[in-house]
Design a protein around this ligand. Structure first.
Ligand code: DX5
Ligand code: ZN
Length: 215
C-alpha cells in the first residue's frame, strides 16, 4: 500500500487554523489527522464539532478522524456529516465493536480501529477483514509531543502478519512520537500511514519535515 502522511492538527496553531490548513493543503501530505478527545476515555479534551466544521471548510484532503471518546456510536452520523473520510474508534472504548464498524461503513466512511499501547494485536483477529485501517498508538493517547514507544515495531509486524494470514488488505497507521528518526523503520516493519503532530507543526520548516517522513 502506498505511504500516506497524516499531519495531526492537534499540534497546529489554533489561532491561525486557516493558515495551518492551507499549509497542509499545499504540502506533500495526504490526510488531515483530527484528534477528538472527551476528557473521559483520555485525560484531555481537544476540540469538537464546531472546530471540525471550520476545518472541513478549508481542508482539501481527506479528514482522518481519530475518536478518543467513550461510546463513539453516539456520534458516527455527526462525524459523517462533518465530512470525515476515515473514522477511527478505540478498541478499548467499544463494547460492540462489530456493530460500531458496521455503523461507520453504513455512513460511507472508511472504518478504523485504534489500539492503545497495551492492547495486543491478536484481539483484532475476528474483525480485521472488516477494517480499512488499524491505528497502532505508539504513545498513550491524550497528548501530543510524547516519546515514541519502541514496542510498536513488534506490534506492526504482528499486525502485518495477521493481515497477510487473513489474505486481506488494511492500512497500518502509526500515531504518536513519529519523526524522521523512526519513520523508515516503521515503514520497513509494514506501516503505511504515518501520523505526525509536533514533528510537523513545531518545525521551522513543516513542508520539509513532511518530506523527510517519506525517507
Ligand atoms: C495523541 C494523538 C496524536 C497526537 C500525535 O493522543 O492521537 O495524533 O496528535 O502527536 P505527536 O506526533 O506530537 O506525538
Ligand atoms: Zn491521533
Amino acid at each position: 500500500m502506498s505511504l500516506l502522511i497524516a499531519p495531526s492538527l492537534l499540534a497546529a496553531d489554533f489561532a491561525n487554523l486557516e493558515r495551518e490548513i492551507t499549509l497542509i493543503n499545499n504540502s506533500d501530505a495526504d490526510w488531515f489527522h483530527i484528534d477528538v478527545m472527551d476528557g473521559v476515555f483520555v485525560p484531555n479534551i481537544s476540540f469538537g464539532m464546531p472546530v471540525i466544521k471550520a476545518i472541513q471548510k478549508y481542508a482539501s484532503k481527506p479528514l482522518d478522524v481519530h475518536l478518543m471518546i467513550v461510546d463513539p456510536d453516539r456520534y458516527v452520523s455527526t462525524f459523517a456529516s462533518l465530512g470525515a473520510s476515515i473514522l477511527t474508534v478505540h478498541y478499548e472504548a467499544c463494547t460492540h465493536l462489530n456493530r460500531t464498524i458496521q455503523i461507520i461503513k453504513s455512513k460511507d466512511m472508511k472504518a478504523g480501529v485504534a489500539l492503545n499501547p497495551h492492547t495486543p494485536v491478536h484481539l483484532l483477529e475476528d474483525c480485521i477483514e472488516d477494517l480499512d485501517l488499524v491505528c497502532l498508538m505508539s504513545v498513550n493517547p491524550g497528548f501530543g509531543g510524547q516519546t515514541f514507544i519502541e514496542n510498536t515495531y513488534e506490534k506492526i509486524k504482528s499486525l502485518k502478519g495477521l493481515i497477510d494470514a487473513k489474505n486481506t488488505t488494511c492500512n497500518i497507521e502509526i500515531d504518536g512520537g513519529v519523526t524522521d528518526a523512526n519513520a523508515s523503520k516503521l515503514i520497513a516493519c509494514g506501516a503505511n500511514v504515518l501520523v505526525a503532530g509536533s514533528y510537523v507543526f513545531s518545525a521551522s520548516d513543516p513542508l520539509e519535515n513532511i518530506r523527510k517522513l517519506r525517507g
